[in-house]
Ligand binder design. Structure first.
Ligand code: FAD
Length: 820
């Protein structure tokens, strides 16, 4: 005899179960009850219909009762609410929207009633402009309201997945949106530090994000709806969305005495069977086993609901499929950013008493030299003792989903960070880097586990006692001057060996750079010199994201942009948007690459011309503001989309940096004495940085430093024997320079060049050319040329010649002289 299966709920879990049942058993009688009018609809797509991204409402309803009947021969009964279950009689009572009540018997029953939104018990929650979003009718209500009432302002209560999706979609309709969240961060499953990565982004879109404040009431004052918060602040809103979470919809199961947990979720075994041997339950209504902790949990997600529907059908048809737990892999489009999470977060690791560690990495979505590369942050959580991967949070733009999915797979497979590092992932420049961001995260984690690297975290910075410890910023002078952690000293990584004497060896040295890589290199140098060196995980970038909380520049219109405090104080009337004269693409370049390119490009323009620059280096957002301020150029506009920041800079009247009377006695004087590759690179980075800031720079090359200005090819000149010997023994040109330390017969120098290439940092040769292009004066010391027998024609084009007097004259006009 054929079996008869009834299903309660016709969307994710219910519809999947019905389809699977039919595929397994052509003879079964299957009836699916849905109390609403729609089945198998795309609830995950509902916010995007409201925001007009999905324009055709038909696309939301994947199936109709008719198509479902035709394809799967399932008797779909919409407008039919199951109101009671008689377990003994194996029958349900159904109430239809036209007022009928009837009984239907079953051999097996599947419950997939889902979860319903929490609605706080406050007076105004039922006002006509206050909405929840669960299903298609809710969606149409919101859409109709927007179309008819044209709301100008909206408050979204709750910054979870649905709240943020709704905020984005209402914002895209031109509505002024405020998000209110009672926790200290958005997207609950994220940790606070990773959520900070998106707070600024949300604000940059012009959406106000209010954290740490709970909703207390919704009132109507003088005809205006006002959202009242716990601190009694009032936010006027034409439209309110309540998205403060969901709870299992299980009153039917409760009334039938099916076992529930204290939170009201239906308890099932691994075969999705409830406490009744003929009743299965799936989806948001059930308690799942958290795959990460092995403990019961409530994790309402579409993927698990679909899997569970399939498993229930398998078991009814005799296949003993098992559900192995929910891991919490989830992803969110947050305006231009992507936020993905899988496995345990840090709060769970702490609650579970796990001895864990975490790594923060910041990587390009693909090779920086291939256009369109954007950056992503990965927080990897793993067991300290054995390296088992516990969880990951990834924020960024392109490729975030792929990296989080790889780690999700690793967690399912019980892999360790060593195994994650071993993963061979697809690579070609448009898609990834030879060291994929997942591999990079694993390498950093490996270093932490095997003791190659000691780290401290952003929340430990303020606890440092700087009388007993040194805080060392190893970024460039320019980066340091643009902002640093209070109390730190600055020794750029390339100078550390030379200036190690400035660091107190008796104290631990807390090192940081921008993202952690230069800090790691510095720590390795210092540790091997006997220091106790500890690197800031995630670097200054993460610290700044959390503490300085700088929102990225708003996606301003031109008129809005000029009102910003940091921009020109112009009267709106006098403004007409000037055309772009030159476009510059610096995407993929890291600091200070973009700013150097801006400098050289603006030199090609006349006063009033506009340069449009696109960049993916997040530091550029701040750098360009500082640069414009210092150089007298005007930042007209900044927009951000898909991880690419586009700014428009209008060339201003150049300031005269040498005008001492006006206090601008700020030339830079660099004496390059050393012929070591690392010192040469550092000299040229500093020189180019200063030139980019509009400063006049003179580099005076003397003794061994002069060699880097030699042409690499042999130039025939008249020389005596000694001069010929000198010429033969000394490096001919920049390509022949060796490292001051760890040169290892030239391997070290080759490695540094390789790393620079990989990191998109200009080579020494390019830096020299850039310096010439940027107007840096390269002066060869006449005396050294004489002693060593170096002739003018042996030096590269563009070099000037001078003696110590010209160097000293320049030094007198300078506010900085370096001897490198
Ligand atoms: P549902 O899909 O909610 O289906 C339950 C159905 O049962 C409902 O239609 C209800 O009317 C019906 N029902 C209830 N009681 C009865 C009864 N007594 N008789 C008859 N019918 C009944 N998850 C993700 O993983 N990713 C996302 O991007 C995502 N986005 C979402 C966006 C929105 C706006 C919403 C609302 C949810 C989103 N979710 C997302 C969650 C996901 O939709 C749910 O996890 C999933 O739908 C749960 O499936 P379910 O079958 O348990 O419940």
């Amino acid at each position: 005899m054929s079996k008869k299966v009834l299903i309660v709920g016709g969307v994710a879990g219910g519809a999947t179960a019905a389809a699977r049942l039919r595929r397994l058993d052509e003879n079964a009688e299957i009836i699916m009850f849905e109390k609403g009018d729609y089945i198998s609809y795309a609830n995950c797509g509902l916010p995007y219909y409201i925001g007009d991204t999905i324009k055709d409402k038909e696309k939301l309803t994947l199936q109709t009762p008719q198509t479902f009947k035709q394809r799967f021969n399932v008797d779909v009964r919409i407008g039919s609410e199951v109101v009671a279950i008689d377990k003994a009689a194996k029958a349900v009572t159904v109430k239809t929207t036209d007022g009928r009540n009837y009984v239907e018997t079953y051999d097996s029953l599947i419950l997939s009633p889902g979860a319903e939104p929490f609605v706080p018990k406050i007076e105004g929650a039922s006002n006509e402009n206050v909405f929840i979003l669960r299903n298609i009718p809710d969606t149409y209500k919101i859409k109709d309201f927007c179309n008819k009432s044209k709301p100008k302002s909206a408050v979204v209560v709750g910054a979870g997945y649905i709240g943020i999706e709704m905020a984005e979609n209402l914002h895209s309709l031109g509505i002024n949106v405020t998000i209110v969240e009672m926790a200290d961060h958005a997207v609950g499953p994220l940790d606070y530090d990773m959520a900070c990565e998106i707070h600024g982004h949300i604000q940059s879109k012009g959406v106000e994000l209010i954290l740490n404040k709970a909703l207390s009431d919704i009132k109507v004052i003088n005809g205006q709806t006002v959202v009242v918060l716990a601190d009694n602040s009032h936010i006027p809103a034409d439209l309110v969305i309540m998205s403060i979470g969901v709870k299992p919809e299980t009153s039917l199961a409760k009334d039938a005495d099916i076992q529930l947990n204290p939170r009201g979720s239906i308890i099932v075994n691994e075969n999705m069977l409830t406490s009744d041997p003929n009743i299965y339950a799936v989806g948001d209504a059930i308690e799942v086993i958290d795959f990460n902790t092995g403990k019961p949990a409530f994790i309402p997600l579409a993927g698990p609901a679909n899997k569970q529907g399939r498993i229930a059908a398998d078991n009814i048809c005799g296949t003993k499929s098992k559900y192995t737990g929910t891991q919490g892999s989830a992803i969110l489009k947050c305006f231009d950013m992507t936020v993905a999470i899988t496995g345990m977060n840090e709060r769970q690791a702490i609650a579970e008493g796990i001895n864990y560690e975490k790594s923060f990495t910041f990587s390009g979505s693909h090779a920086g030299y291939y256009p369109g590369s954007t950056f992503m942050s990965i927080k990897l959580i793993f067991e300290k003792t054995n390296g088992k991967v516990l969880g990951a949070q990834v924020t960024g733009y392109d490729g975030v989903d792929k990296r989080c999915d790889v780690i999700a797979t690793a967690i399912r497979a019980g892999m360790t960070v060593d195994e994650l590092a071993d993963l061979e992932l697809c690579y070609a420049p448009p898609f990834s880097s030879a060291k994929d961001p997942v591999n990079m995260a694993a390498y950093v984690a490996q270093n932490l586990i095997n003791g190659n690297s000691k780290v401290f975290h952003w929340n430990e910075v303020e606890k440092l006692d700087l009388d007993k410890a040194t805080l060392l910023d190893t970024r460039t002078v320019e980066e340091f001057e643009n902002g640093t952690i209070p109390g730190s000293i600055n020794i750029p990584v390339d100078d550390v060996r030379e200036r190690v004497g400035e660091i107190d060896k008796s104290k631990p040295v807390y090192v940081f750079c921008r993202i952690g890589l230069r800090g790691y290199v510095t720590c390795r140098i210092l540790t091997q010199l006997g220091f106790d060196a500890i690197n800031l995980s995630g670097g200054y970038r993460l610290w700044e994201t959390i503490f300085i909380h700088k929102p990225m520049p708003k996606s301003n219109t031109f008129a809005e942009a000029i009102k910003e405090e940091h921009l020109m104080d112009l009267s709106e009337k006098s403004i007409s948007k000037p055309a772009v004269s030159l476009k510059l693409d610096t995407c993929g370049l890291q600091c200070p690459g973009p700013i150097l390119k801006v400098y050289s490009s603006i030199n090609e323009l006349g006063v009033g011309d506009v340069l449009e620059v696109s960049a993916t280096d997040p530091a550029f957002a701040v750098d360009i503001q500082a640069w414009c301020k210092r150089t007298g150029n005007i930042l007209l506009e900044s927009t951000q989309s898909g991880g690419i920041l586009t700014v428009r800079v209008q060339k201003g009247v150049p300031q005269d940096p040498t005008n001492c009377a006006s206090g601008h006695c700020d030339k830079k004087n660099i004496i390059v004495f050393s012929g070591d590759l690392d010192k040469a690179i550092a000299s040229f980075i500093i020189a180019n940085g200063a030139a980019a800031m509009g400063r006049k720079v003179q580099m005076f090359f003397t003794f061994w430093g002069l060699n880097m200005l030699r042409k690499s090819q042999n130039v025939k000149t008249k020389k005596n024997l000694i001069e010929r010997m000198f010429g033969f023994m000394m490096p001919r040109g920049s390509k022949k320079l060796a490292l001051s330390n760890m040169n290892m017969m030239g391997m070290g120098a080759a490695m540094i060049r390789g790393i620079m290439k990989h990191k998109n940092i200009d080579s020494l040769e390019s830096l020299i050319q850039l310096a010439l292009d940027n107007g840096v004066e390269l002066v060869a010391c006449n005396m050294t040329m004489d002693i060593m027998g170096i002739k003018k024609e042996e030096l590269i084009e563009g070099v000037q010649f001078g003696g110590v007097a010209s160097m000293l004259a320049n030094a007198e006009e300078s506010d900085m002289s370096l001897f490198i």
